[in-house]
Design a binder for this molecule. Structure first.
Ligand SMILES: NC(=O)c1ccc[n+]([C@@H]2O[C@H](COP(=O)([O-])OP(=O)(O)OC[C@H]3O[C@@H](n4cnc5c(N)ncnc54)[C@H](O)[C@@H]3O)[C@@H](O)[C@H]2O)c1
Ligand SMILES: O=C(O)C1=N[C@H](C(=O)O)CCC1
Length: 250
């Protein structure tokens, strides 16, 4: 049995993870902690893998503490900049246990992971590309971590293909053109009734490709979370891994 502790266990995602771990035949819940709880309760003796779903402002501190306590961590919280990822890599280099792992996924839903992958495949073939993400209004960060990751992938694929800047003759912008991430405009919608959705729009003269992923329910993230827990617990992914695509045969 894989012993799993959950940090952020009372949140929208953390509470689903607690249920998913309790329902999994090969995992058992160790500790379910939330804000104000002492993370030093988590040790390699009681926990194989910690699942961290909190808020972007605290996730780095939690991950660094947990790595220092000798446990592997699967992270779904957003807000990961290059500097923060470097801090995780540095902590792993000094980790108390050999081969310790941190896995971070911008999105655990297979639809979103595939949309992201297909967007990277399509990117070299289109002059224009924009990303629209749509989420529930209780979300604290914008744009979504998934949209940033998708835009970064499109930007990298465009650069590799030698494409220049996307065409855009906007002369005045009060903010409607969105945030530019690696040359790709990203737009965020917050609407009651939505959960997590993303549309990637590609355009050439006379044609358009739209790739859309919809997570209607937080249950859609749970198979990906359990896959990550199993992969990390297997010991086959030492160091820092970002993106569920690494665990899929794409
Ligand atoms: N990767 C994915 O597939 C995926 C899917 C959905 C949400 N998310 C991300 O997960 C994060 C959480 O989303 P949510 O909707 O569950 O948020 P939420 O606000 O419902 O839950 C966050 C929980 O973290 C707790 N918390 C805050 N500070 C803490 C601390 N220092 N230590 C322990 N717990 C603490 C809060 O009390 C709360 O219970 C967000 O960054 C969101 O974007 C990622
Ligand atoms: O509901 C959220 O919050 C989500 N956050 C992630 C993101 O920012 O990409 C994943 C989708 C849901």
């Amino acid at each position: 049995m894989i012993k799993v502790s959950v940090v952020g266990a009372q949140g929208r995602m953390g509470s689903h993870v607690v249920d998913a771990v309790n329902a999994a035949p090969d995992a058992e819940l160790a500790l379910a902690l939330d804000a104000g709880d002492d993370l030093t309760q988590i040790t390699p003796e009681n926990t194989d893998v910690v699942v961290e779903f909190t808020v972007p402002s605290v996730a780095l501190g939690n991950v660094l503490a947990l790595v220092g306590q000798g446990v592997d961590v699967v992270v779904g919280t957003t807000g990961w900049t290059d500097d923060k990822l470097d801090a995780v890599r540095a902590a792993l280099a000094d980790a108390p246990r050999e081969g310790q792992s941190v896995f971070i996924a911008p999105n655990f839903a297979i639809s979103a992971v595939l949309a992201d992958y297909f967007a990277r495949l399509a990117a070299p073939y289109f002059e224009s590309a924009e990303v629209i993400e749509l989420h529930h209004p209780d979300k604290v960060d914008a744009p979504s971590g998934t949209a940033i990751h998708t835009a970064q992938g499109i930007g990298a694929a465009r650069a590799k293909a030698g494409l220049g800047a996307v065409p855009d003759n906007t002369q005045t912008d009060g903010g409607s053109r969105g945030q530019v991430v690696d040359g790709v405009h990203v737009h965020a919608v917050r609407l009651r009734g939505l959960n997590a959705h993303e549309e990637v729009l590609f355009g050439n003269a006379g044609e358009q490709l739209v790739i859309r992923a919809d997570s209607f329910d937080r249950g859609s993230f749970m198979p990906g979370v359990l896959l990550a827990v199993r992969k990390v617990a297997s010991g086959g992914f030492p160091g820092l891994t970002v993106g569920l695509d690494h665990f899929l045969d794409l």
